[in-house]
Write a protein that binds this ligand. Structure first.
Ligand code: NAD
Ligand code: ZN
Length: 379
C-alpha cells in the first residue's frame, strides 16, 4: 500500500521491490498483514513526518525470501512472525529488553525506537502491508512460527496480544484489583483478557461501539459499558467502586482523530480538538488515589493536554510504552499454544491487498462490525 495523504491510501503496483541494504537484513514475502489502530493515527494524518509514498504495516508474517550475508538465524523458506519493533538487539535499551525503545534503529528520535511502516518519526522504515518487506536486524526480531500455530494467531503476536498483555503488566495489577480498560478495540480486548492472568478481581471495559462491547464481554468474560449511555463514565466508575475509584486504569484508545470528537467530560458535552486525550482524562479521573494508569494508546501529535494536576494531587503513577514484543513472545506463545488465549477470534475481515483503501475505510469508520482486518497479498 501507499500513503497519499490523510484518509487516502492505495495499492501501488509500481513501488520497487525492497532489497537487502545491510548485511543483517532479510527480505520477507508477506503472507498476511493486519491494519492496526496505530495505522489509523497515520491514516488520519495525526503522526508528524508521515511521508507520501510510505508503505504502512507493522503487523505481518511471511516467508523468508532472501537473507543478507551476516544473517545466521534465518534461512530462505522459513515462516516468520516479525515483531513491530525494529530493534538492533545490542544498544543500551535493547540490553534491558526495551526493544520498543531501541536507539540504533531510530537514533534521531527523542523517544520511540524504530517501527515498521510508522512514519519517519519512527525511523522511516517501509512496512508489511505489501508483497515484500525489508526486515533489518533479521537475527534479532523475527521468530520462526511454530509448526502447530495458526498464522492468524502468529500475526496477532507481532503486536496486538503483546501490547494488550504489556498494558496489563504495566498496570501492576494485584490480586482482586478492579481494572478499568478504556477502549474495546483489539488492544483493549487483549488487555481485558490478560488482566485476569495477573489476578484481577473485576474487569470493566468502556467503549461506545455496541458490537465491540458485546464481543469483549464474551471473549474476556468481563463487564462492558457504553459511555454514551452512562451519565458520565468517571462518575460511574466511582459509584461502582464505593467512591474509591478503580485500582488501575488502562488507556487502550490513544488520541482522537479530527472530527471524531465529542464526548462528555463530567456531565458536559464538549467538542474536542483533534489529538485530544479524552480516554486518558477519564482514566486519570477514574483511578483511585495512589493508583496506576497504564497507557498503551498512541499519541501522535505533541502537546496532548492531560489533567496533570490530578495526577499530582492523587499521587498517581503513569506507566506507558510501546510494547516490547520480543521480550514477551516466549510466554505469550505458551498462552496461545495452551489455548488460554485465542487471538485469532478477533479477526473479522480478510481483504485482498489490492482493496487496501476499502479495508482502511471500513476499519477507520468502524463499519460492518469490524474488529480486526487482515490484508492478504496476491499469492
Ligand atoms: P481501534 O481504533 O480499533 O480501537 C480503539 C477503540 O477505542 C474503539 O473501539 C473506539 O470506539 C474506542 N474509543 C474511542 N474513544 C474512546 C473513549 N473516550 N473511551 C473509551 N473508548 C473509546 O484501535 P486498537 O487497534 O485497539 O488500538 C488502540 C490504541 O492502542 C491505539 O491508540 C493504538 O495506536 C494503540 N497501540 C499501541 C501500541 C503500543 O505498543 N503502545 C501497539 C498497538 C496499538
Ligand atoms: Zn499495531
Amino acid at each position: 500500500m501507499n500513503y497519499r495523504g490523510p484518509y487516502r491510501v492505495r495499492a501501488d503496483r509500481n513501488k520497487p521491490m525492497p532489497r537487502i541494504e545491510h548485511s543483517g537484513d532479510a527480505i520477507v514475502r508477506v503472507t498476511r498483514s493486519c491494519i492496526c489502530g496505530s495505522d489509523l493515527h497515520l491514516y488520519h494524518g495525526m503522526v508528524p513526518d508521515t511521508r507520501i509514498g510510505t508503505t504502512f504495516g507493522h503487523e505481518f508474517v511471511g516467508v523468508v525470501e532472501e537473507v543478507g550475508p551476516d544473517v545466521t538465524k534465518l534461512k530462505v523458506g522459513d515462516n516468520v512472525l516479525v515483531p513491530f519493533n525494529v530493534a538492533c538487539g545490542k544498544c543500551v535499551f535493547c540490553e534491558q529488553q526495551l526493544f520498543g525503545n531501541c536507539h540504533e534503529s531510530n537514533p534521531e528520535a527523542t523517544a520511540v525506537g524504530g517501527i515498521f511502516g510508522y512514519s519517519h518519526t519512527a525511523g522511516g522504515y517501509d512496512g508489511g502491508q505489501a508483497e515484500y518487506v525489508r526486515v533489518p536486524y533479521a537475527d534479532v526480531g523475527p521468530m520462526i512460527i511454530p509448526d502447530d500455530m495458526d498464522h492468524d494467531d502468529a500475526v496477532l503476536l507481532t503486536d496486538v496480544l503483546p501490547t494488550g498483555y504489556q498494558a496489563a503488566e504495566m498496570a501492576g495489577i494485584k490480586p482482586g484489583d478492579t481494572v478499568v480498560v478504556f477502549g474495546a478495540g483489539p488492544i483493549g480486548i487483549m488487555a481485558a483478557k490478560c488482566a485476569w492472568l495477573f489476578g484481577a478481581g473485576r474487569v470493566i471495559v468502556i467503549d461506545h461501539l455496541e458490537y465491540r462491547l458485546e464481543f469483549v464481554k464474551n471473549y474476556a468474560q468481563c463487564e462492558a459499558y457504553n459511555f454514551r449511555s452512562l451519565e458520565d463514565p468517571v462518575l460511574f466508575i466511582k459509584k461502582t467502586t464505593d467512591w474509591i475509584g478503580a485500582d488501575v486504569c488502562i488507556d487502550a484508545v490513544g488520541c482522537e482523530a479530527a472530527g471524531s470528537a465529542f464526548h462528555t467530560i463530567t456531565g458536559r458535552k464538549m467538542m474536542l480538538q483533534s489529538g485530544s486525550a479524552i480516554a486518558l482524562h477519564w482514566a486519570i479521573n477514574a483511578v483511585k488515589k495512589g493508583g496506576i494508569v497504564s497507557i498503551v494508546g498512541v499519541y501522535g501529535p505533541t502537546g496532548n493536554i492531560i489533567p496533570i494536576g490530578n495526577v499530582v494531587n492523587k499521587g498517581l503513577t503513569l506507566r506507558a510504552n510501546q510494547a516490547s514484543v520480543k521480550r514477551l513472545l516466549p510466554r505469550l506463545i505458551e498462552h496461545v499454544q495452551s489455548g488460554r488465549i485465542d487471538p485469532k477470534a478477533i479477526v473479522t475481515h480478510r481483504v485482498p491487498l489490492e482493496e487496501v483503501a476499502d479495508a482502511y475505510h471500513i476499519f477507520s469508520a468502524k463499519l460492518d462490525n469490524c474488529i480486526k482486518p487482515i490484508l492478504i497479498p496476491p499469492s
